[in-house]
Design a protein around this ligand. Sequence first.
Ligand code: G3P
Ligand code: CA
Length: 275
Amino acid sequence: MRVTTIPVGLSLLLVGTLMSDRGIAVEIVGHRGASYDAPENTLSSVKLAWKQNADAVEIDIYLTKDHQIVVIHDDSTKRVAGKEKLVVRQTLDELKSLDAGLWKNEKYKDERIPTLAEVLDTIPDGKRLFIEVKCGPEVAPELARVLKSSGKRPGQTAVIGFSLETVEVIKKAMPELQVYWIVQLKHNKKTGQWLPHRGAMIRCAQRAGLDGVDIGKLESVDKEYIDAFKKAGLQFYCWTINDPAEARRLAKIRVDGITTDRPGWLREQLSPSSP
Ligand code: G3P
Ligand code: CA
């Protein structure tokens, strides 16, 4: 686990985060790996994110027909491998026969859809993997088995998901893991409100015993908004931020982590030496 000390005389120790943006700590999470540069959710993308010094990597998972956990964002293989068939209707062998890199660039030809176990194997010491569960709670037993046999410490993996029911089941099954609820805020043009309401999200996350939230669409989010989550004992992550000015703003108002397609580049943009 990495430990970094804040400069300017503060004797505060931060666990698992790096400094950026003029002394503010924020965890940089590579979205689907380093997916701006490499085909999302592949081993090349994940390894490139580690090479780019991401603090963490985020990937998406589904269960296959033969109950293996694979790393892919969509429920079908159409977009990344050109085969219009649901992941859940294909065996691991069938999925492994597909090319999941060519769509991005000729140089990634022959890239395969990885298993979760293969991705877990790449996590360097002091870094962690955010596993987004795209399927339902039925994945929990296999997820527990794969995580256990990976030999990774619980602190090296976190689980995220849009389904409150699913993340609650996973947190209950593996309380030692950090588990976060993903929410995309939506603007109601008629009322001017952003939904769901902050208070409702906090209550839901607390009731489910979660460790925090991972929020998308952050226009309405300010420091007071984030402080409310922190006061409630919840961590606050956000996605998907590729704009340095927005990343700087979010780091200043103390989000715990920023998910980005460009982890290396974004960190450079946030560094004290960047104009
Ligand atoms: O970190 C959450 C984010 O990954 C959710 O969006 O569509 O990229 O899975 P998506
Ligand atoms: Ca995701």
